[in-house]
Design a protein around this ligand. Structure first.
Ligand code: FES
Length: 126
């Protein structure tokens, strides 16, 4: 795919985000802030049999952070929590299809950090 197609995909996910909202029955959630700009994303997750059964998010942020949240929440459904614990910025670059660069990486990984922390909280409760 060309760079333009990836950029278009990011804009589409920003304007029409998937999995937006509060998830009823979530058994873990976490709100993460981007320390640089103060934007925030809160994720709600249902974990069942050590896998992501469902996930939604709320919050505000720039196009990269919102598009990334939309795409990563689609991506992790059905994945095991063990697998997600290994994810880092590289998975976000793959999902977005571009390297957002060092400054925008904090925006791009905001939702992933929230997801990983929510999983951590879930494990502590168990
Ligand atoms: Fe705030 Fe990107 S500028 S999350």
């Amino acid at each position: 795919m060309s760079y333009d197609i990836y950029a278009e995909k990011i804009i589409l996910n920003y304007e029409h985000p998937h999995n937006k909202g509060i998830l009823k029955g979530a058994n873990t959630h976490f709100k993460e802030y981007n320390q640089v700009c103060g934007d925030e994303i809160e994720v709600y997750i249902i974990i069942n049999n050590k896998k992501i059964k469902d996930v939604k998010f709320i919050g505000r942020g720039c196009a990269i952070s919102m598009a990334s949240a939309s795409m990563i929440t689609d991506f992790i459904k059905g994945k095991s929590i063990k697998e997600i614990e290994q994810y880092n910025g590289d998975i976000i670059k793959n999902i977005l299809g571009i390297d957002p660069g060092p400054v925008r990486m904090k925006c791009a990984t905001l939702s992933l950090r929230a997801i990983k922390e929510a999983i951590e909280r879930y494990k502590i409760k168990k």
